[in-house]
Every structure is written in structure tokens, then in C-alpha cells.
Design a protein around this ligand. Sequence first.
Ligand code: APR
Length: 174
Amino acid sequence: MGHSTRLTARQGDLTAQEVDAIVNAANEQLQHGGGVAAAIVRAGGASIQEESNAWVSENGPVRPGEAALTGAGALSARWVIHVVGPRHAQGQDNKGRLAEAVTAALDAAAAAGASSVAMPAISTGIFGYPPDEAVPVIVAAARRWADEHPDELQEVRFVGYDETMTDRFRLALD
Ligand code: APR
């Protein structure tokens, strides 16, 4: 009791992280065709796409603020937590939607019994959210979640694919 969650930043490949759960920046249909989603299936194997298809068959598309849990195949992680960030656009609550995706991922991680989670820069690739705007939102949402759930997770690790993204995470963590 009473230990707080460590929020950390690391440069590297999300799929190689030795954590209990990795977060996927998915689409509603869990069709993992590009970006970090495709990298996860490439590294973890076809079971991740198969379990994703089964999840959508049973539950329908993943909604905003919802998370889908699958196994992680051959990855070191035990679970993949699929959430859908916003496609960045004018006239919608981009920040709210992004924060909601982060919160849904951490709720799902805690519910699964994970103690460490690695998360990419959700929405900053194909979904077009400017990274300098997205990263502080992601970090603030995780910090708020950790403050509200002090005993649930040991580590939330933000993973930048390159140094520039990792520096954004470091800056937001300071
Ligand atoms: N490790 C860490 N980060 C990665 C990796 C990786 N192996 N591959 C890509 N990234 C980074 C990208 O550089 C980007 O900053 O993940 C971030 C998110 O990019 P996307 O994967 O494009 O995710 P998003 O913008 O949320 O778009 C989601 O893309 O792949 C599809 O199925 C997915 O349709 C959905 C959409």
C-alpha cells in the first residue's frame, strides 16, 4: 500500500518492452494494418489479429473511452490493450478524447492485474495529432490516473520510437 506509480520515458520499440502490458494505438475495427499496430502483430504473431477479430465479433467496434484486451502472442508482454485515440480534427474535443483513451488503457491494465504498462504516443502517427500537443495530454492523463489509483500500477512507461518523441515525453514528465 501507499507506493506511487513511476512514470518513465524510454526510447525504443514498443513491442520489445519487458512489461506486463503494452498499449496499442488501434482503430475501432482492430484491423492492425499500419503503424505501431502492424508492428505489434508482426512481432507478436497472428494470434493478436485473430483475438482482435474475435473481440470485435463479440463486442462490436471499440468505442472512444473503451479498451479491448488480447493476449500478446510471442511478445514478452502478457497482454495487448487496444485503445482508439482521436483522429485529430478541428471542431472536436481532441484533448478529451485522447485523455479518455489513456485512462481506458490504464483502467484495463489494472483490471487485468498488470503492474507495468508501456504506452506509445497514441494518435501521433496515422491519426495526425501534432506530437507537441498530444504528448503533454497523454502524460497528464496518466499522471491524473496514477494520482487517483495510487496502488494499482508500479510503472507506466512512455515509449518514443525516436529520440525526438522520447524527449517530448521527458519534457512533459518534468
Ligand atoms: N514502437 C513505438 N512507437 C511506434 C512504433 C513502435 N514499434 N511504431 C510506430 N510508433 C509510433 C509512431 O511513430 C507514432 O508516434 O507510434 C505513434 C502512433 O502512431 P500510429 O501507430 O500511426 O497510431 P495512431 O496515430 O494512433 O493511428 C492509429 O494507425 O496503425 C493504424 O490500426 C491503426 O488505424 C489505426 C491508426
